[in-house]
Ligand binder design. Structure first.
Ligand code: ZN
Length: 291
């Protein structure tokens, strides 16, 4: 199944794509795509129902972030060998983890807004995993049965905040709109068990990142097992699995994002995003109709 949320920001309703790709309103079945509604068993029951009977969403509806606010977003750093090399780090011996604020989430076609004091905003296309069960000290072999599905994410990062402002990486990764997610949450039964999928990102239509999720140093099953040693993962929690080579950072002349740039990115079978870059002042204008 492909799950979506549609409607205006903060008013999104849960939806599901039918066989023809039409968005159907699932709000008569679930309150939101969050928490227990994302349990693997609940999704399996839903998959058996006839979604073609559900009302069709308005054709021009905005697609929002495909899940409701998760309890936590955990990110894995340096999980592709070529990206660790380009950033000048050694490959971690265990998954390197940091948190991203859930308030960073935004829709797959929403603007990415550069905060007023940020000047080195970079991109990171990533495979995102949404939990569909409680994971506490699980083994890698059990992990897949606890995953609701996967989606495209962009782990937007300010490199100056990350490397020059001290403290932890969460600081550089958590601004509003720094986590476009979607367009869809795709359940695992729709995908090959290997999860070896093409992953790509273009800036202003120029290819910048191109890899396969099969090249993850720590694959999804190992990440879930590893995290569950240190914390309990709950249905709806989100895990970003790391980005491949091709970010702006560490280029001789990094072309960080600026107003008007367009980032498109996607993963085979999971759809693609298109986000325009706005400067903070520009966003203020568009959100205040009185000015
Ligand atoms: Zn990342």
């Amino acid at each position: 199944m492909r799950l979506v949320r549609f409607g205006l920001p903060e008013e999104e309703r849960p939806g599901v794509l039918d066989a023809s790709g039409t968005v159907r309103d699932a709000s008569s079945l679930v309150r939101d795509w969050s928490g227990n509604a994302l349990e693997v068993g609940a999704l399996r029951d839903l998959a058996r129902s006839d979604v073609s009977q559900l009302p069709v969403a308005e054709a021009r509806s905005r697609l929002g972030c495909p899940i409701g606010t998760p309890g936590k977003i955990i990110c894995i750093g340096l999980n592709y060998a070529d990206h660790a090399e380009e950033t000048g780090f050694d490959l971690p011996r265990e998954p390197l983890i940091f948190f991203k604020s859930p308030t960073a989430l935004s829709g797959p076609f929403d603007p990415i807004v550069i905060p007023a004091t940020a000047n080195a905003v970079d991109w990171e296309v990533e495979l995102a995993v949404v939990m569909g069960g409680v994971a506490r000290n699980v083994r890698p072999g059990e992990a897949a049965s606890l995953v609701a599905g996967v989606a495209v994410a962009n782990d937007v990062t300010d490199r100056q905040w990350q490397f020059e402002r001290g403290g932890q990486w969460s600081k550089a990764k958590s601004a509003d709109t720094f986590a476009p997610l979607g367009p869809w949450l795709v359940t695992l039964d729709e995908l090959p068990a290997s999860l070896d999928l093409r992953i790509w990102l273009r800036k202003n239509d120029v290819p910048r990142q191109e890899s396969r999720t099969g090249r993850l140093v720590f694959p999804v099953s190992q990440i879930v097992a590893h995290l569950s040693e240190f914390m309990t993962l709950l249905p709806g929690d989100l895990v970003l699995t790391g980005t491949p080579q091709g970010v702006a950072y560490n280029k001789p002349d990094p072309d960080y994002l600026k107003e008007g740039d367009i980032i498109t990115c996607g993963i085979e079978g999971l759809g693609s995003q298109r986000c325009e870059i706005h400067a903070a002042t520009c966003a203020k204008r568009t959100t205040n109709p009185l000015k």
